[in-house]
Design a protein around this ligand. Structure first.
Ligand code: UP5
Ligand code: MG
Length: 213
């Protein structure tokens, strides 16, 4: 099993805190480019990319006890209960040697947000928000052709509704705390990444996350 460099509690379990980890949430509508931009951030800035949707998809494919339920939520564009998603994120973070995470597509609603903050005791450093009009989102998803169960027009409509009703309020919450870095995501992939780069370049070195040695 992979070991972690996180400090451990008396019972041996690893702890996370604002002092030991840096978390950036990457949010935006379905098709806004989260999964396209995150690998570039990993490459340039040394973060570990955790995509909540991919972690849930892995649960479906591993035929775990929750797999069928998760698949049904995904087909309907609904948000999987926080208990499942936060646990998957926590496990992935504990297995990582890296302390810097970009978490893509999470938190999608207020319940996700409070569950993560209460369980992990971490607030995001900032939220990267890919702002993109609805028509462009729909066009991109319909052109994707990767066989995703949720990439059809009926489910896209549901995903967009959930995004506007549940995820935008989370973005607004973080905006009210001055934590949102908004990116115009309607431009080319390279143009978007130029803006992403300038946001991450301003991030302070890992000084406040403790010694890396
Ligand atoms: N593309 C990307 N950028 C482009 C650009 N600048 N110009 C032109 N084209 C661009 O991109 C989508 C497509 O657009 C690709 O073909 C790409 O080449 C092109 P992508 O980078 O994949 O966009 P992304 O924002 O990642 O879109 P995705 O569809 O993955 O977003 P969702 O947020 O809908 O999907 P996710 O996988 O996060 O979630 C799926 C479902 O899982 C949810 O609906 C929900 O049911 C469940 N879920 C939860 O319940 N809880 C969670 O916490 C997470 C997921
Ligand atoms: Mg994605």
């Amino acid at each position: 099993m992979a070991t972690s460099k996180f400090p451990t509690q008396k019972d041996g379990s690893e702890t996370f805190s604002q002092e030991t980890a840096v978390v950036v949430f990457v949010l935006g509508g379905p098709g806004s480019g989260k999964g396209t931009q995150c690998p570039k951030i990993v490459e340039h800035f040394g973060f570990t990319h955790l995509c909540a949707g991919d972690l849930l998809q892995a649960e479906i494919e591993s035929e775990s006890e929750n797999g069928t339920m998760i698949q049904n939520f995904k087909k309907e564009g609904k948000i999987v209960p926080s208990a499942i998603t936060v646990k998957l994120l926590q496990q992935a973070m504990q297995l990582s040697d890296n302390k810097r995470f970009i978490i893509d597509g999470f938190p999608r609603n207020e319940e996700n947000r409070t569950a993560f903050e209460n369980i992990m005791k971490i607030e995001p450093e900032f939220v990267l928000f890919f702002d993109c009009p609805e028509e462009e989102l729909t066009k991109r998803i319909l052109n994707r052709n990767q066989g995703r169960v949720d990439d059809n027009i009926e489910t896209i409509r549901k995903r967009l509704k959930v995004y506007f009703e549940s995820t935008l309020p989370v973005i607004n919450y973080y905006n009210s705390k001055g934590k949102v870095q908004k990116i115009d995501a309607q431009r080319s992939i390279d143009e978007v990444f130029e803006d992403v780069k300038s946001v991450f370049s301003k991030l302070k070195p890992v000084a406040r996350v403790g010694s890396m040695n």
